[in-house]
Design a binder for this molecule. Structure first.
Ligand SMILES: CC(C)(COP(=O)(O)OP(=O)(O)OC[C@H]1O[C@@H](n2cnc3c(N)ncnc32)[C@H](O)[C@@H]1OP(=O)(O)O)[C@@H](O)C(=O)NCCC(=O)NCCS
Length: 198
């Protein structure tokens, strides 16, 4: 089963959502400035596989890659738009790729990032909760996972608050050329989701 088949219509019409404070919309090049602002802060990329952005074209390339991945039906990545200001304050996406435990697309990975100014306000939890509902209620996803560097406390707390549990750990993984770290693989199953969050 491939990723496209899991989501019946998501690659025909982009799934747009609204939460209390956010709109979850397709990424567009008009958000280049907001993406640059987010990723030019070293704190945001400290535990992420991206360099600190120094030039605007890095932000443009980030957006182009994700837009192309959606066109190729390899990923759905949402821009998190603050309803009050229309600013993009983060992104969040799902994809079957990069997960080594299984190639079965009923198990998908989650990736996310938030502008430093907006941390600890529950915004990412709000966005991921909506995406989890989409995955578990409207698709055939059985499990969702995320990979986290062990020192990324904010991500650990966020994962725990969403009932993700550590499935596997790996030490000394080369996360970027010549940079090594311990990585934990978190997972939530459909049954755990139904029990705690639906
Ligand atoms: C990871 C990241 C998105 C978390 O953002 P955030 O703003 O802390 O997320 P939220 O405010 O939605 O927090 C969700 C939950 O985690 C809790 N939490 C987050 N950081 C915490 C911390 N340092 N200590 C205790 N609790 C924390 C919040 O209280 C909330 O739980 P609750 O609603 O049950 O109280 C943000 O730190 C980030 O963008 N980091 C850089 C990119 C990154 O590392 N991405 C992840 C790669 S796996």
């Amino acid at each position: 089963m491939n990723f496209e088949n899991i989501f019946k219509t998501a690659f025909i019409k982009f799934p747009r959502f609204q939460t209390a404070r956010l709109k979850l919309l397709p990424l567009e090049l008009k958000y280049t400035g907001d993406i640059f602002e987010m990723f030019s802060n070293p704190e945001v990329v400290k535990f992420y596989d991206l360099p600190v952005m120094k030039e605007m074209n890095q932000a443009e390339n980030f957006l182009k890659n994700h837009i192309q991945n959606y066109k190729n039906k390899k990923e759905i990545r949402w821009g998190l738009i603050l309803r009050q200001t229309q600013m993009l304050v983060g992104t969040c996406g799902i994809a079957p790729e990069g997960f080594e435990l299984t190639k079965d697309c009923t198990n998908i990975g989650l990736g996310f990032d938030l502008n430093r100014e907006y941390w600890r306000k529950g915004l990412m939890k709000e966005a991921i909760t909506r995406i989890m509902a989409f995955c578990f209620k409207h698709s055939r996803i059985e499990k969702m996972h995320l990979e986290n560097l062990r020192e990324n406390i904010n991500c650990i707390r966020l994962a725990e608050s969403l009932f993700f549990k550590i499935l596997k750990t790996r030490e000394n993984v080369e996360i970027m050329p010549k940079i090594y770290a311990d990585v934990d693989y978190y997972e939530i199953s459909r049954s755990t989701y139904v029990k705690h969050m639906s």
